[in-house]
Write a protein that binds this ligand. Structure first.
Ligand code: MG
Length: 369
C-alpha cells in the first residue's frame, strides 16, 4: 500500500432522481423524487473513492457548495488514509455557519469516499474491512405503510410484504386525528396476525400529551416501537414519554451528533438507536454512536431510505445491529451493483469499497448541478 498516497482532485455532482412508485407520504413530507450528491475523490495511485449524500427534501445544493467552496481546498494533496484528520479540518473550515445540517451532510459524503479508497486499497468491501459478524442482514419494510394509504391499501401492502418474506413492517402515523392512526394500526394487526412485528413512525408530528395518550394505547396492538414521536431536539420530552409508556421509543434519523445520542441514551429517552451515517460525520461517528449504544445494551437499527448498501454493511459488522430498514426499492437500480432483500434478508456486496457509486447513465440523465 503506498504510504505517500495523495488526493489529486475532488469532483461533486448533484442530481434529482424521480421515484418509480406512488408518491411517498409521511406526516412531514410528500416525496416524488430524491436528491443525491455524488463525491468523487481521485488519487495519484489511480484509485477513485465514491461518496454520496441524499435528501428527500430539496436543498442538497447547500452541501455541494460547502464541499466545493470550503472542503476541497483542505482535502487536495492530503493523504486519503488520514481520514480522521481530514474530517477534523473540514469541520473547522465553516463551523461558524454550519456545525450540523448541510455542513455535516457534505462532510459525511467526503468521509464515505475516503473510506471507499481505504477499502479498495485493502481489496475488501466495507463490512469485511471493519470485521464482519454476519453474512446476511435482516430487513424490515416501510414501503407499504405510507400515511395517505387507505386502511385497505395498508392491509394489501403489509400482507404482500409478509408474503415476500418480511416479518416486520412499519406504518406511518401522524394523521390530524390520532384516532385514525390507532384504527389503521388495529386493522393491520388484525390482517397480519400476532407473529409479525409492526413498527410505527410519527416523523416528529406529536406533542408530548398526544404521544403519552396515543403512544400508550399502541401497546394494545403489541407495537415493536414508536419512532420519532416528537421533535428530535426535545430530549427531555422523549425521556418523560419513555418513562410513561411501555412501547419502546426509537430515534436517530434526524440526530446529527454523538453528543445528542449520548443525551438520549443517558436519560433513557430511547430504547432503539437509529443512527444514520449520512447525518452524522460519516462512518467514523456512526461507529462511535454504535459503541455508545452497545455500552448501554441498546440495539442499533440504522435508519435508511436509500443508503441501504452503506447501512447494511455497517450492520453486518455490528453485533447489536438487529436489522436495517428497506424502502425506496423502486430506485435500487440507480447504484452500481445494487443489493436486494430476498426472503426478508439483504445480501451483502462482495466488491471492494463502500459501494456508493451512482451509475453514470443515471447521473447523465438526472444531473441538476
Ligand atoms: Mg423514520
Amino acid at each position: 500500500m503506498p504510504n505517500d498516497l495523495k488526493i489529486t482532485n475532488v469532483e461533486t455532482v448533484l442530481l434529482r432522481v424521480p421515484l418509480r412508485q406512488r408518491t411517498i407520504t409521511d406526516s412531514q413530507s410528500k416525496v416524488d423524487d430524491v436528491e443525491f450528491l455524488q463525491v468523487r475523490i481521485h488519487t495519484d495511485a489511480g484509485v477513485t473513492g465514491y461518496g454520496m449524500n441524499w435528501s428527500y427534501t430539496t436543498g442538497l445544493r447547500a452541501a455541494q457548495v460547502m464541499i466545493d467552496e470550503n472542503y476541497i481546498s483542505v482535502i487536495k494533496n492530503e493523504n486519503p488514509l488520514f481520514r480522521k484528520e481530514i474530517v477534523r479540518k473540514m469541520f473547522f473550515t465553516n463551523h461558524f455557519v454550519g456545525r450540523v445540517g448541510a455542513a455535516r451532510v457534505g462532510i459525511a459524503a467526503v468521509e464515505f469516499a475516503l473510506w471507499d479508497i481505504a477499502c479498495k486499497l485493502a481489496g475488501m468491501p466495507l463490512w469485511k474491512y471493519l470485521g464482519a459478524c454476519r453474512d446476511k442482514v435482516k430487513a424490515y419494510s416501510t414501503d407499504g405503510g405510507w400515511l395517505t394509504w387507505s386502511a385497505d391499501e395498508l392491509i394489501h401492502d403489509a400482507t404482500g410484504l409478509v408474503d415476500r418474506g418480511f416479518d416486520a413492517v412499519k406504518i406511518k402515523l401522524g394523521r390530524p386525528d390520532p384516532r385514525e392512526d390507532y384504527q389503521r394500526i388495529a386493522a393491520v394487526r388484525k390482517a397480519v396476525g400476532p407473529n409479525i412485528n409492526i413498527m410505527t413512525d410519527v416523523n416528529c408530528a406529536w406533542s408530548l400529551a398526544t404521544a403519552r395518550y396515543w403512544g400508550a394505547k399502541l401497546a394494545d396492538h403489541d407495537i415493536y416501537w414508536l419512532e420519532e414521536p416528537m421533535m428530535p431536539e426535545d430530549v427531555k420530552s422523549h425521556a418523560q414519554l419513555a418513562a410513561a409508556i411501555r412501547v419502546p421509543i426509537a430515534v436517530g434519523e434526524t440526530i446529527y451528533t454523538k453528543q445528542a445520542f449520548r443525551d438520549y441514551i443517558e436519560t433513557g429517552a430511547c430504547a432503539i438507536v437509529q443512527a444514520d451515517a449520512t447525518k452524522l460525520l460519516g462512518i467514523g461517528e456512526w461507529l462511535e454512536v454504535a459503541a455508545l449504544a452497545n455500552a448501554y445494551t441498546l440495539p442499533i437499527v440504522p435508519h435508511t431510505n436509500v443508503q441501504q448498501k452503506l447501512h447494511v454493511q455497517l450492520a453486518a459488522a455490528t453485533p447489536h445491529a438487529i436489522m436495517v430498514e428497506n424502502c425506496y426499492e423502486s430506485i435500487n437500480e440507480i447504484w452500481e451493483e445494487p443489493i436486494y432483500v430476498k426472503n426478508g434478508y439483504y445480501n451483502l456486496p462482495e466488491q471492494p469499497g463502500v459501494g456508493l457509486r451512482l451509475r453514470d447513465a443515471v447521473i447523465a440523465e438526472h444531473r441538476i448541478g
